[in-house]
Design a protein around this ligand. Sequence first.
Ligand SMILES: NC(=O)c1ccc[n+]([C@@H]2O[C@H](COP(=O)([O-])OP(=O)(O)OC[C@H]3O[C@@H](n4cnc5c(N)ncnc54)[C@H](O)[C@@H]3O)[C@@H](O)[C@H]2O)c1
Length: 332
Amino acid sequence: MRLLVTGGCGFIGSNFIRLVLEEHPEDEVLNLDKLTYAGNPENLKDVEGSPRYFFQQGDICEAEDVVKAFAWKPDTAVNFAAETHVDRSITSPEDFVRTDVLGTYRLLEQARELGIRFMQISTDEVYGSISAGSFTEESPLRPNSPYAASKAGADLLVRSYVRTYGVDAVIVRSSNNYGPYQYPEKVIPLFVTNLLEGRKVPLYGEGRNVRDWLYVRDNCRAIDLVLRSGRSGEAYNIGAGQEKTNLELTHIILEIMGKGEESIEYVPDRPGHDLRYSVDTSRLRELGWSPRQDFEGGLRETVRWYRENAAWWEPIKSGEFQRYYLERYGDI
Ligand SMILES: NC(=O)c1ccc[n+]([C@@H]2O[C@H](COP(=O)([O-])OP(=O)(O)OC[C@H]3O[C@@H](n4cnc5c(N)ncnc54)[C@H](O)[C@@H]3O)[C@@H](O)[C@H]2O)c1
């Protein structure tokens, strides 16, 4: 397969490219990435020398960049590129509408012209919050943040390209991921690196929000499976069924890192903060997928990775991130 992967220098995209190159020795990958604050070529340093890996710096919203990438003649395109941080979507929604909606449109146009399979990497956040039970792929999309709304807009565009133009497309909607190479603005790497720096961890509200934590490698295996065997026109939920409140999550991290309750700093809640996400993954499991990584084991592995890779995250935390962090959390 010749895969065009967009946003491959981010957290999940880089883990996915590594998995594809490892597990499919015939495959070649072209990574189209704008290298925003969240994109880091260091994430793929170990595969840079591979003759099956190619990189193009470019913006999925710019027609010229997208046309150039498709001129490489991929036989499938996987779209990870997005603005992804909910907090940033509350302060700067325009970037989200542009990349997540317009960017997806540009890619769909090219996939349509070339007649190739298109995969949209979406999120469980498009369904909104659910107090009990789980969303299926047929549940209505009721996004609550500008991030989730822009991702839902992209999903609906994909659906329309399937129905209107017969594009061969699949969508995956995964729950919260964690693991190596996640930018430290997201809760798990933020908390782990703060504790490694001897700081406190800023916990929103009372920590009652529930998320289903999925190890990034398990997510990438699911994406790879749906890409190759998913039914055209379908969406597939991905989740590990490992639900934790943010307070439970915090306590597990503190325990792994040998810290106590005094390391928690409660901060005002995020506006419109969804209480609980939960997805039904029966459709994906019918394809033969199940998660391999249990939560505590995955978290221990993640803590180990951040402990051993300070050279990866320390420059990030002292750069653009520092201004962002100070504005948000002060000197916590
Ligand atoms: N992280 C999660 O827990 C999670 C959960 C569900 C779904 N998702 C989805 O998975 C995808 C990847 O998430 P992530 O956490 O790896 O994101 P990330 O923020 O770590 O990486 C995003 C990548 O996209 C690139 N990018 C941004 N705008 C671009 C543009 N206009 N053109 C080209 N490249 C651009 C960035 O440079 C970066 O490399 C996203 O679509 C996200 O919505 C993430």
